[in-house]
Design a protein around this ligand. Structure first.
Ligand SMILES: [Fe+2]
Length: 351
């Protein structure tokens, strides 16, 4: 049904791509309406949009209201401010060793404080709502990469190295013009070519700083390489890519897909797992990606979710052949294997 922008409400679901007269994608299909989305539609003078009749996202924000999340948010903001200062100094060739050491320690402390928390992935997911800057993305990737290192039983030293690699991996993004970095919709070939330069630009800047470990510099360069050789900037294959860059690549893509973007809402972690399960197996180190998908999904065991038919369910068992479609218990206690139903999937995680 078409509704006027004036009566569009938070939580409604946009049914088809909203495209302006120049053919530019303003908001993608299946986006859940938020204040940001309404502002964007107004900015482009869109008068009405097609929304789904019944599909409205209802969200319990018990985690976001918790004291635990408040502490996490404060800690993230502290690290974010330090990264902001430090990145700007690095880009101006004025880096400061004391400050860099402080940041590396802050990252390790934040990981140590939170890695045992069963809600950490959800808290990272929630943080994206408050800030979608490169700094928060770097912190999120640092935490997710550290977790994956732990899940892979890497040594404490290696796990800490992953955290530091994550913190600095995307510093090169700050050399990319905002008009490309935050462009809503698809980049042109020329813009994508410029975007890809953030890897080399990041490596160049970090290369000048003696105190940073070589692993950190290398991951800034190689985190977009893919095991089948389809990545950039070098297009090298699996055995040529170091283990830290391989882990950062997985953490990076997971955080990017679960993040809110101006033109589309965050994907539910189960949708992200479905995408990675479908498309990721040859792109990433098999053992790393399998461990990652397995652990992410098991972290949602017994959590409540909304199904896309409006029902509430809790996750009871992960299907090894169809990980994004687990066995769930719906209201009334009935057990349903979602892998047996084509049209039904998990819409969002409640708590
Ligand atoms: Fe990147």
């Amino acid at each position: 049904m078409f509704v006027s922008i004036d009566i569009l409400k938070d939580g409604m679901c946009i049914k088809e791509d909203v495209i302006n007269e120049k053919g530019m994608l303003i908001v993608a299909r299946d986006t859940i309406v938020t204040e940001n989305i309404i502002s964007r539609l107004k900015l482009y003078n869109i008068e009405e949009v097609n929304v789904a009749k019944n599909r409205v996202k209802r969200e319990s924000s018990s985690l976001k209201d918790s004291l635990e999340f408040k502490y996490f948010k404060d800690e993230t903001n502290e690290v974010k401010d330090s990264l902001n200062n430090s990145f700007n100094k690095i880009l101006n060739d004025a880096s400061d060793n004391v400050e860099l050491r402080h940041i590396m320690n802050l990252g390790k402390k934040m990981f140590a404080d939170n890695c045992g928390n069963s809600n950490i992935l959800d808290m990272l997911y929630c943080m994206q709502e408050f800030s979608d800057t490169t700094y928060v993305h770097c912190i999120n990737v640092a935490m997710i990469a550290g977790l994956l290192g732990k899940w892979l039983s890497w040594s404490e030293e290696d796990v800490n190295m992953l955290v530091t690699c994550g913190m600095f991996h995307d510093i090169g993004k700050l050399t990319i013009p905002d008009s490309i970095l935050h462009k809503p919709g698809k980049l042109t070939d020329k813009e994508y070519k410029i975007m890809k330069q953030h890897t080399v630009a990041g490596f160049d800047r970090l290369q000048r700083i003696e105190i940073l470990p070589p692993e950190v510099k290398r991951t800034a360069m190689l985190h977009h390489e893919r095991c089948n050789g389809t990545g950039y900037p070098l297009g090298i294959v699996g055995e040529k890519i170091d283990k830290y860059s391989k882990v950062i690549a997985i953490a990076d893509v997971y955080d990017a897909l679960t993040a809110n973007r101006v033109y589309r809402d965050a994907l539910c972690p189960f949708d992200v797992v479905a995408i990675l399960e479908r498309e990721g197996l040859e792109l990433y180190e098999t053992r790393y990606i399998m461990t990652f998908l397995h652990k992410v999904l098991y972290s949602y065991l017994n959590k409540k979710v909304y199904l896309n038919n409006g029902m509430i369910a809790s996750i009871k068992e992960i299907n090894p052949d169809s990980r994004a479609k687990p066995v769930v218990m719906v209201e009334g206690g009935r057990i349903v294997d979602l892998s047996q139903y084509d049209g039904i999937k998990i819409d969002s995680v409640i708590e």
